[in-house]
Write a protein that binds this ligand. Structure first.
Ligand code: PMP
Length: 427
């Protein structure tokens, strides 16, 4: 019996430990960055916690700051009408849609919001998703696949890249805002593909410059590609009534196939949308996994977005104020000798300082002086083009803008004098 038991006993299973996350190159890179910052005595500027609604001003660490790090472009985030609409939606619907819209998640607020967005763009229809990032990922991966081609501006947002990757389509890029280079790319490859999608941003998030849309529309007519424009930083910003890039250029909005945008900026909510023709919207509502298999936009967020877009319509002076502020920031920054790159002076103005560590330290010293503006460093931008980004809002005052610009110029000069930067560290 003992022998039988011994024979039945299984050999011990070989043990193989899963890879340790600590050993991944991603983690090692993070640790190396932390070590460099510690060596330079520089604090991490990211994840600063805000203790109240962050618009033109905010509170960080108990201290009131002038804030240039929020996308609250028309300052609708704390507008009484937006807050009242959100509160009413909570009272009627609770917080969550609790299911995909296909099953139990549909609310009247969804169709109201989509009709409102379609009206903004003069398109037949619109569909909303639970985030802007997801909107790009879901829409692109639904419309193109392995037989197709996506060509995008080299500075396009990461969410577009995620969508293309998910789609399996061939990806090419063209030089920033260079329609002639797009044409070159198209001449080289477009004939080999079934569907061709070209993607640009209205206002570019890192540089604050405006897409050369008339040229891209002209090429669309010649090559017959679908044109998609990401209006994240342009809705409520460009055009006399803030409708965005088409209004800025006086272009017929139906000469763009997909108007994409987020609800997290001018619409002071959370979510994203595609506006376009009815067939496109119906396809996305039926086929996009990120719509079909994801919860409906929270009713409270839909209500806030509807109310913010109503504010955009009824208080167009907010668009004027934002534009004045953007232009003022740009003019003063140039006068102070700051490098604002190609910014057109609307929602985003970068101050390019070059060195990543210098950008981080500039942000930290500005914070001490009462101004919150965040650095963008490699790999989000090319090495050597690190910058602080200043996001303007309608509520900023000329005094706040003048103070921020003069402090930035002053501190930057001092950092240059002290040679603060990666080059000055012995690694
Ligand atoms: N597109 C662009 C150009 C963006 O800048 C962003 C985010 N800032 C997104 C899409 C994603 O939007 P969201 O943050 O609303 O998910």
């Amino acid at each position: 019996q003992n022998r039988m038991a011994r024979m039945n006993r299984k050999a011990p299973e070989p043990v193989k430990a899963p890879k340790r996350f600590e050993d991944l190159p991603e983690y090692k890179k993070l640790m190396a960055h932390k070590a460099i910052s510690a060596m330079a005595g520089v604090e991490n500027p990211f994840y600063r916690s805000h203790e109240r609604a962050a618009g033109a001003t905010t509170v960080i660490g108990g201290k009131e700051m002038i804030n240039f790090a929020s996308y609250d472009y028309i300052s609708a985030n704390t507008h009484p009408k937006v807050e009242a609409a959100a509160k009413a939606a909570i009272e009627q619907f609770g917080i969550s849609a609790s299911a995909s819209r296909l099953v139990a998640g549909e609310r009247p607020l969804h169709t109201t919001l989509e009709a409102s967005l379609a009206e903004v763009y003069g398109t037949e229809a619109a569909v909303c998703f639970v985030s802007g990032y997801l909107t790009n990922a879901a829409a692109i991966s639904t419309l193109v696949g392995p037989k197709d081609l996506v060509v995008h501006d080299e500075l396009i947002h990461n969410s577009v890249l995620a969508g293309v990757k998910l789609s399996g389509a061939t990806r090419r890029f063209f030089r920033h805002n260079d329609a002639a280079d797009l044409e070159k790319v198209l001449n080289g490859v477009a004939g080999n593909f079934d569907r061709v999608l070209v993607i640009v941003e209205g206002i570019y998030s890192m540089d604050g410059d405006i897409a050369n849309l008339p040229e891209f529309v002209r090429l669309r007519a010649r090559y017959g590609f679908w044109l998609m424009v990401d209006e994240a930083h342009s809705l409520g910003v460009l055009g006399k009534t803030g409708r965005g890039t088409f209004e800025h250029f006086g272009i017929d909005p139906t000469s763009v196939d997909l108007w994409m945008g987020t609800l997290s900026k001018t619409a002071s909510s959370c979510g994203g949308y595609i506006a376009g023709c009815r067939a496109l919207v119906e396809i996305l509502k039926a086929e996009a996994g990120g719509f079909v298999y994801s919860v409906g936009l929270a009713p409270v967020l839909a209500a806030a977005a509807i109310a913010s877009i109503d504010v955009l319509r009824s208080e167009v002076e907010r668009v004027d104020a934002l534009r004045r502020n953007g232009h003022l920031f740009l003019d003063l920054a140039r006068q102070a000798g700051l490098n604002v790159g190609t910014s057109a002076g609307y929602s985003v103005v970068p101050v390019i300082v070059g060195d990543s560590l210098r950008a981080v330290q500039l942000s930290n010293e500005l914070l001490e002086a009462g101004v919150n503006a965040l650095p963008i460093i490699h790999p989000a931008v090319q090495e050597g083009l690190a910058r602080l980004r200043f996001f303007l809002t309608a509520d900023h005052t000329p005094e706040q803008i003048a103070r921020a610009v003069s402090l930035t110029a002053e501190i930057l000069k001092d950092l240059e004098r002290r040679k603060v930067g990666l080059g000055s560290i012995d690694i």
